[in-house]
Design a protein. Structure first.
Length: 228
């Protein structure tokens, strides 16, 4: 079962593949679906990939392949809270020839501290990221500021690629929002009823907070580094 927007997107991609043999760019998909940002396209593609309708082909300039396509275009009745109509889909079919766009524009939300917490700035910028670096789910990027995670291979000026989630296990590197206004990139651990945010630099001390003072906003999924 797909939402109307997912149904519309997969039809658009399939039509472009049949016409040119190359999948549309994220900008073309954004305009075709009248979406406000490319991150909306990324969310739709991730959902279609999870449901087995699309496949990303790694290490290609363009890498989207339709492996299942819409059949009945009549929206089915649904009480889904999203407001999108739900459309019935047929069984899998034979895959089309390879084609693709293997670069995703992630929203870039300012700088995040890998030292003492600093304010996480919301921004309108985007960062092009190879899709092969990302798994399923919604992602965003943050520029790293500071040196407290250098022993984990995370350096000042790197771009942290973050999978959006509000849960994490002990020992995972997370984006933690502290007291509702400051964000930091640290190892998450729970100890004696407190949340401990651990650096990866022997010169820094762990930070301790009450559970209600820390909100997980994502888990580290990858890194990008630019050399100047």
């Amino acid at each position: 079962m797909l939402t109307a927007k997912q149904h519309e997107l997969i039809q658009f991609i399939q039509k472009r593949l049949e016409e040119t043999g190359i999948s549309p760019s994220f900008e073309e998909m954004k305009e075709a679906l009248d979406l406000k940002s490319k991150s909306g396209v990324h969310r739709l593609i991730s959902a279609l990939e999870e449901r087995g309708f699309l496949r990303r082909l790694p290490n290609r300039a363009r890498a989207l392949e339709v492996i299942r396509e819409p059949g009945d275009t009549t929206p089915a009745r649904s009480n889904a809270p999203t407001g999108d109509n739900v459309v019935a889909m047929p069984a899998p079919r034979t895959a089309q020839p390879e084609a693709a766009n293997d670069v995703i524009e992630l929203p870039l939300h300012g700088r995040i501290a890998a030292g003492m917490p600093i304010e996480a700035l919301e921004g309108q910028s985007t960062l092009p990221v190879p899709a092969a670096l990302l798994g399923p789910g919604e992602h965003y990027a943050l520029e790293v500021s500071g040196d407290s995670m250098i022993e984990a291979g995370i350096f000042d000026g790197d771009f942290a690629l973050v999978r959006r989630t509000n849960t994490a296990r002990d020992g995972e590197i997370v984006v933690a929002l502290v007291r509702g206004e400051e964000a930091t990139l640290k190892y998450l651990r729970r100890e004696n009823g407190q949340v401990r945010l651990d650096p990866a630099n022997a010169t820094y001390d762990p930070q301790f907070y009450r559970p209600d003072e820390v909100e997980v906003q994502g888990k580290l999924a990858g890194l990008l580094r630019r050399y100047h």
